[in-house]
Design a binder for this molecule. Structure first.
Ligand code: NAD
Ligand code: MG
Length: 385
């Protein structure tokens, strides 16, 4: 039976790669619905090519334009539109939601899909950073699977298959070090946007590329691993691995390690999640093991990357502190990308936001939205000069 794919964030980097795989495997997948936000031309192309049943758009203007052009496709828009898409066709038993949105907007539709017991292929890590506790609560009420697309977690999913948790000493997720891995703190003061977007190994959306340069991305991934694999944060570690060939490792109590190796190409983890439980042979260029003359691993320098510490701290404090971490990061990265602040101001903004917040335990979805809005608007007022 074909898998029916409901794709959030089709116009982005993960979204596009998901569409590549769907297009190449028309006998396996059917794109039923997709969302796109700020690339209307691309939305038209995707709708023309895949002829979906439903499309979620940014706002009423895009909705009206789209309806005129495609009167037979159901159209929705805004935050509510994403929820409708995620839970569209409740009775579809072959439905999979691929969440390739960027930012905490991905949380609400994830919860909507869970509430109709739809399986989710998750790239959107901010969902777990901000709302991991809400997803955990829903695990007690609904049956669903959360399949990670993020390469490190996709690797851990494969490595941990049927392993006894008590035998695990550490989960180790690797970090390439991002665009500025060769620079010292002094040199970071003068870096520009183009340099920050020039990632040495991966081609990704702008936000995650900046998150990789600040190492916030690795902090998010540590939090993501805690929720996905129900493991204590003290047992999740990260090491610098410049080649991005080993994506994660599991260290066992007996001193053995298992590692996952592949080319740094997101088509692979996306394929693994889409085809699961089959392992499909993708046509991407494979690594030749004898070409790998050396793979390097070195200790993470936590002083060099304050954002990594902030993420771990926010997770340990817990509750709404994770919302503040994410909101401050989202707005600071966008200010940096718009040329409003320097690179090192990103970490300063996050530090200030964390310090000025009084934590709420177990924030509800609406409290998360309120705090998110407040943190973002306060920072924007101050820096959007
Ligand atoms: P991207 O910026 O390329 O794409 C994001 C998508 O979300 C786009 O379709 C955009 O239109 C949509 N979007 C943005 N803001 C929105 C809003 N407010 N409302 C509705 N839709 C909105 O991002 P990406 O690089 O594809 O990353 C997507 C997610 O996957 C992120 O959480 C990222 O951390 C994670 N991820 C990405 C990669 C990668 O290689 N790109 C790897 C691992 C994890
Ligand atoms: Mg990753």
């Amino acid at each position: 039976m074909k898998k029916n794919i409901y794709l959030l964030g089709a116009t982005g980097s993960i979204g596009q790669q998901t569409l590549d795989i769907i297009k190449k495997n028309p006998n396996k997948f059917n794109l039923v619905a997709f969302s796109g936000y700020n690339n209307y031309t691309r939305i038209i192309e995707i709708a023309t090519q895949f002829k979906p049943e439903m499309v979620a758009l940014k706002d009423k203007t895009d909705y009206s334009n789209f309806k005129q052009r495609f009167p037979d496709i159901k159209a929705v828009y805004g935050r509510e539109g994403l929820n409708k898409l995620a839970s569209y066709n409740k009775e579809d038993k072959s439905a999979y939601l691929v969440n390739a949105l960027v930012g905490m907007v991905g949380l609400d539709p994830t919860l909507s899909a869970i509430k109709i017991e739809r399986d989710i292929l998750l790239a959107n890590k901010e969902t777990l950073v901000v709302g991991g506790h809400l997803i955990n609560d829903l695990k007690k009420l609904y049956k669903f699977n959360l399949y990670p697309i993020d390469s490190e977690h996709n690797a851990l999913w494969q490595l941990l298959d049927k392993k006894d948790k008590n035998t695990i000493k550490r989960l180790i997720i690797t970090a390439s070090g991002g665009a500025f891995r060769e620079l010292n703190r002094k040199e970071l003061e003068t870096v520009n946007i183009e340099d920050a977007l020039d990632h040495p190994n991966w081609s990704m959306g702008k936000k995650i590329t900046i998150d990789s340069a600040t190492m916030m991305n690795k902090g998010f991934e540590i939090i993501e691993a805690c929720y996905l694999f129900d493991i204590d944060i003290e047992k999740v570690d990260t090491v610098i691995h410049k080649e991005s060939i080993v994506h994660s490792m599991v260290e066992f109590n007996d001193g053995s390690y298992l590692a996952h190796l592949s080319k740094p190409d997101m088509h692979l983890p996306i394929s693994y999640a889409l085809f699961y439980p089959e392992r499909f042979c993708t046509d991407i260029k494979k690594i030749e093991i004898t070409d790998l003359n050396s793979l390097s691993f070195s200790k993470m320098d936590y002083q060099r990357y304050p954002c990594l510490n902030y993420a771990i701290e926010a997770f340990k404090v817990g509750g709404s502190m994770r919302t503040v971490l994410n909101a401050a990061n989202e707005i600071a990265v966008s200010l940096f990308l718009n040329g409003k602040i320097q690179f090192l101001e990103i970490e300063k903004i996050i530090r200030t936001a964390l310090d000025s917040h009084k934590k709420i335990d177990n924030p509800s979805l609406e409290q998360i939205y309120e705090i998110d809005n407040l943190v973002k608007s306060n920072i924007e007022k101050k820096y959007n000069r």
